[in-house]
Design a protein around this ligand. Structure first.
Ligand code: ATP
Length: 199
């Protein structure tokens, strides 16, 4: 099993790189943002609750988010080869919950890929994405809140994973392919090692 977290600020390219990484490593992609957006699109009760937080640029409360993630993991047998967690964890309690969920499956977190991008570039990217895709939370006010929330609640995870020897810093500006190459240069050996352990 190969389990990795793709970590970074809003707009840092987590979704783009995750889509390429699942192809390379044959593992399952779980994007908590996408899961929440599909609930919103389907008009479920969870979607209605999530929308209130997302529209303000706030995080969904930990307890709710953790139960959503536990549910997804349990209901995805294709996650057996491993998972790319994209957008989760975003707080220390979420990180601890992830450790427990993986342990229960006899697995562990192999690596955290941290996409590092300067705030001004993040803002430019999200404004452009909002214009191109109409994504509701890519508007100036919500973007500014999301970045504040990122710096206060999510960025401390960088240290958390650094201390545990899991964090791989990747410069997240430049071409998508160059960034992908930088990530795989860090992960390929770890992936091989995890496969050997599984044999
Ligand atoms: P990207 O630019 O890679 O799409 P993002 O951070 O802009 O990343 P998503 O990861 O799609 O966007 O998340 C969108 C919103 O969904 C967040 O602003 C937050 O409100 C909510 N959300 C997603 N994941 C979590 C989580 N793990 N905990 C709490 N809230 C979450």
């Amino acid at each position: 099993m190969f389990n990795i977290v793709v970590f970074g600020a809003p707009g840092s390219g987590k979704g783009t790189q995750s889509a390429k990484l699942i192809e390379r490593y044959g593992i399952h992609h779980i994007s908590t943002g996408e899961v929440l957006r599909s609930h919103i699109a389907e008009g479920t009760q969870l979607g209605k609750t999530a929308k209130e937080y997302i529209d303000k640029g706030q995080l969904i409360p930990d307890e709710l988010m953790i139960s959503i993630l536990a549910d997804i993991i349990e209901n995805h047998p294709e996650a057996a080869n491993g998972v790319i967690f994209d957008g989760f964890p975003r707080t220390i309690p979420q990180a601890e919950a992830l450790n427990e969920l993986l342990e229960k499956r006899g697995a562990q977190l192999d690596a955290v890929v941290g996409l590092e991008v300067a705030d001004n570039e993040l803002i430019d990217r999200m404004i452009k994405r909002g214009q191109q895709t109409g994504r509701a939370d890519d508007n100036p006010q919500t973007i500014s809140n999301r970045l504040k929330v990122y710096h206060s609640q999510t960025q401390p995870l960088r240290d958390y994973y650094m201390k545990r020897g899991k964090y791989h810093a990747i410069a997240g500006s430049g071409s998508v392919d160059d960034i992908f190459d930088a990530i795989t240069a860090e992960l390929d050996d770890l992936h091989l090692a995890s496969r050997r352990q599984g044999l």
